[in-house]
Ligand binder design. Structure first.
Ligand SMILES: *Cc1c(COP(=O)(O)O)cnc(C)c1O
Length: 364
């Protein structure tokens, strides 16, 4: 297919996690919310179709911008918000806006596996920075550290997931602030999992013109099927980013549904609290079974399997029991599986299966 660009032909494309259609499968592999979106949302949908579909939607998704600005505080106004068809679309637009084909796109490894793919498809140069990982004993949490000189990275754009995926660990605000001050390019802080974390970088947005925060409705709002994410940044930056995005990028149905969901903070927060308390219970049970893991501030844990097993074997044993978790055959994480925190019932099924697979745990 010589009529296509070589970098497209050479790319493997993004490899998404499995999306099984069998409802009997316990899906702990792609970090969706285990809870449905807020109940009032289902009154929004039937009221929509006749009135909203003939005209083009608000080009900037105004109703969502206003709803999101109301909940964020930190002097975030509607002009600090820009919606996208999922956070993934924002990542693609941010790379296109900041990097030419001769520029460098920097990101960490192990982290979100979409970054290298987007860089490759855009034809820019990748710069991979490496987390320092210490897998300590079962009594000590594993440690993940950013490279000490990360702020001196030379690239057009630097992407950091915080809390990180797949580790779940959280970098401090002061670390991010140091990077924002020194790094001359666009700093994307991917906060896809921030709903489950104690801090966010919201307070840095009005201080640093080069910060672009990514948020999504896929993880904390039970709306991965909707495909809705948004940027938070200074209005001058977003006005430029908006030029790169499609015109009328986000459809009218999505704008109304996402606005209704973000408005119901009481409901959303109640689901986050349930996930966080289950996360603590699952992490403790995994440690008792001989796994080691970093402290997670996310809705998943990355667990290094006990020495009697391999990551692949555990993934397969769980899959045979209709429980899906995520395993990557990649350096430094092949001995680990990433497990999304489910409902208490789903987590019980997971823990029972693990007890079967790991009959003699070191602490029993
Ligand atoms: C889920 C996720 C996103 C965005 O997902 P969308 O479903 O496209 O909104 C972005 N970054 C990371 C690290 C994610 O895990």
């Amino acid at each position: 297919m010589s009529f296509l660009r070589l970098n497209i032909l050479q790319s493997r494309g993004y490899v998404p996690g499995e999306q099984p259609t069998d409802p009997a499968v316990i899906k702990l592999n792609t970090n969706e919310s285990p809870y449905p979106p807020p109940p009032p949302l289902f009154h929004v949908l039937p009221a929509l179709s006749s009135r909203h579909l003939p005209p083009y939607p608000s080009p900037s998704g105004q109703a969502f911008r206003e709803a999101a600005a109301r909940i964020h505080g930190h002097r975030i106004t509607p002009s600090h918000i820009l919606p996208f068809n999922g956070g993934d679309e924002l990542l693609s637009v941010a790379i296109r806006a900041a990097a030419t084909e001769n520029d460098t796109v920097a990101y960490l490894e192990p982290s979100y596996s979409l970054y290298p793919v987007l860089t490759e498809l855009h034809g820019a140069k990748p710069l991979t920075l490496h987390y320092e990982i210490t897998d300590s004993s079962s009594s000590q949490p594993s440690q993940w550290r950013l490279p000490a000189d990360i702020a001196r990275t030379r690239a057009a754009i630097l992407l950091i997931v915080n809390p990180n995926a797949p580790s779940g660990h959280l970098e401090s605000l002061s670390t991010l602030e140091t990077i924002a001050t020194t790094f001359p390019g666009l700093l994307v802080i991917d906060e896809a999992y921030v709903d489950f974390a104690p801090t966010s970088a919201l307070s840095l947005v009005n201080k640093y013109p080069n910060i672009l925060l990514l948020r999504t409705m896929s993880k904390g709002y039970g709306l991965a099927g909707l495909r809705f994410g948004y940027a938070i940044a200074q209005p001058t930056l977003l006005r430029e980013i908006e030029k790169v995005r499609d015109s009328y990028a986000v459809d009218a149905v999505s704008i109304a549904v996402a606005a209704a969901a973000i408005e119901d903070q009481t409901y959303a927060q109640s689901t986050w609290e349930k996930v966080k308390s289950e996360r603590a219970r699952v992490a403790q049970a995994l440690q008792a079974l001989g796994f080691t893991l970093p402290i997670s501030h996310s809705n998943f844990v990355l667990a290094r399997v006990p020495p009697s097993l391999t990551g692949q074997r555990l993934y397969e044993e769980l899959k045979a029991r209709h429980i899906l978790v995520r395993w990557w055959d990649l350096p430094r994480i092949a001995d680990k599986v990433r497990i999304t925190i489910g409902t208490p019932e789903q987590n019980n099924r997971l823990l029972t299966a693990l007890q079967e697979i790991i009959p003699t745990s070191p602490k029993q």
